[in-house]
Design a protein around this ligand. Structure first.
Ligand code: ZN
Length: 282
């Protein structure tokens, strides 16, 4: 069980730092990133994938070929087995061009051997944390480490990405509350440095503050009616989002997530004007 490249957090739990962090707990890997040789060398018997974005299962297929079993959220399994499903979902099921698709969505698909809602493993608990995607699920260890995937973005990530991907901010808030209630000693987020102790609550509060601020900015924009396209542009301008086709299409999904929440809350309305979908604050 060589864990030379891993950083130990507790006696039983470690993580491999990377563009996507990979968790380790007693022969279980969580969200294997790109370092195939290091992960295969651990002799992992199980790979847990938190959600269907390819940067969280980069080497899952390779580790599975080496003998591991892959478990994932039921709602995410088709995205993991065939990343093209996620790519097409982003573009309303039509086929986007290559430059429109973030590299984070591209990768080798991996068969899923079991679902996390049925998965039982002493020392580990699968915790549904929807919002980033519908079935997103984290994993908490019995020694206080919570692998939260993309349910919690740490401050450093917000500084680089002011509008990180999210399909449902209401569900994100519920998931952040749950992370806080479970009271982990450590959080290992999918991206960025682990968070320990009192900093856990601070990071959760920061994430909540950011999504509240995005929602408030969008509502302010909608004081004047905007088409969907105009609302996306105005919010991206407000947040100074990088301008390229891949970023744009990620923003389309996320802004729709926030527009939908304003609609559900009764804070905004949607109507058609001259065949254009329009939004206005109420
Ligand atoms: Zn993701």
């Amino acid at each position: 069980m060589p864990l030379a490249d891993a950083r130990r957090l507790t006696e039983k739990t470690a993580y491999f730092p990377g563009i996507t962090n990979t968790g380790w707990h007693e022969e279980v890997l969580v969200d294997p990133g790109i370092d195939e040789a290091a992960y295969v060398a651990t002799g992992a018997t199980t790979v847990v994938v938190t959600h269907g974005h390819a940067d969280h299962f980069s080497t899952a297929a390779a580790i599975r070929r080496a003998g591991a079993r892959v478990v994932a959220p039921r709602e995410e399994a088709t995205l993991i087995e065939n990343p093209e499903v996620n790519i097409r979902g982003m573009f309303s099921w039509a086929k986007p061009s290559d430059e429109m698709v973030t590299k984070l969505f591209r990768g080798e698909g991996c068969p899923v051997d079991g679902y996390l809602d049925e998965w039982r493993r002493p020392g580990l608990q699968a915790v549904p944390l929807a919002g980033h995607t519908l079935g997103h699920t984290g994993v908490m260890t019995d020694d206080g480490v919570f692998f939260t995937g993309d349910a919690l973005y740490v401050t450093a990530l917000w500084e680089r990405h002011p509008l990180p991907y999210c399909i449902d901010p209401t569900l994100v808030r519920v998931s952040l509350d749950l992370i806080g209630r479970l009271g982990p000693d450590w959080i290992v987020p999918g991206h960025g440095d682990p968070v320990e102790g009192a900093a856990v609550a601070t990071q959760i509060a920061h994430h909540r503050d950011r999504i509240d601020a995005i929602s408030a900015a969008l509502l302010d924009i909608l004081r004047v009616p905007h088409t969907t396209e105009e609302a996306i542009a105005a919010l991206c301008e407000h947040l100074q989002i990088a301008q390229n086709p891949a970023q744009y299409w990620l923003a389309v999904t996320t802004v729709k997530g926030f527009l939908s929440e304003l609609l559900q809350q009764g804070c905004a309305e949607f109507f058609i004007d001259a065949h254009r979908g329009c939004w206005q604050a109420l």
